[in-house]
Design a binder for this molecule. Sequence first.
Ligand SMILES: [Zn+2]
Length: 311
Amino acid sequence: MHALFAAFVSVCVSFSALAQGGPAAAPMIHPEKLKQIAPSVWIIPDESRPMVPNVGFVVGQTGVLVVDTGMGDMNGAIVAGVARKLAPDLRVYIVTTHFHPEHDLGANGFPRGARMIDGSTMLRATTQEQDIAEFGLSLAKTFSERSPAAALLLKDAKYRDADIEFENDRTLDLGGVRAYIFAAGPNHTRGDTAVWVETEQVLFAGDIVMKPQPALASPYSTIGHWLSTLDSLAQLRPRTIVPSHGPTGGVELIEGYKTYFNELQRRAAAEKKAGKSEDEAVTAVTAAMAERYPDKNRLAGAVRAAYAEAP
Ligand SMILES: [Zn+2]
């Protein structure tokens, strides 16, 4: 604990130095932004800052579930502190929407003691374990190159081992409120994991449903599966969707992604049918859609997937 505190202080000092040195704000979780969005659900919004996730808390009478950790142990310790404040003396569970650094690599900042008060329990879907085994810290390396602050946060980062691994889903009884945690990939990643709080109709959707354009970030990602996932999520009839990035919303977020993917599929299939190459399809579909969907990298990745999947 003393070592952790020393690390915390040294990182704080480094960050104030960084803050003076440049305009790029460090990708820190801002605990003062914590807000309640349903009787048992709180979030710390990301304010759409890069390398920062929306962090969720589902608070029952016996336990609190944290959804996504922030990037690096220091952010994890901040999030753990908020969980402890929301739920003093309760068991702390952690689940991450996928294995990317800002969602998962803060888990080691949570306390690890054996007793309930100073311990925490991490859950992972088997598919997320597979992502970690196959891709490891490759994205953490990329993120580290983006800014000195990111590099500092990710220095010596490693994945925390799961205390509970589940195949498809797991229901957590938090005392008066239950969280249904389920593997939903491959969409953004193979290990995409969502959380459904049925009593309050809140869905933590990870990167599966957001306002920003979707990223097919894994070689296992397919638009076909992603569309079927969107249909399943729509059937839950969520009142509130908390994506892992960007503003919270309702079912219109699901509709937005369906519209995007349907148009991509239709256009890419038409190009393929007309005998165009994949690169030609990327050029043509991007030209048709980029005005409405400005992230051309994500657009190109999605066109390539749609082209490969088209008959
Ligand atoms: Zn991601």
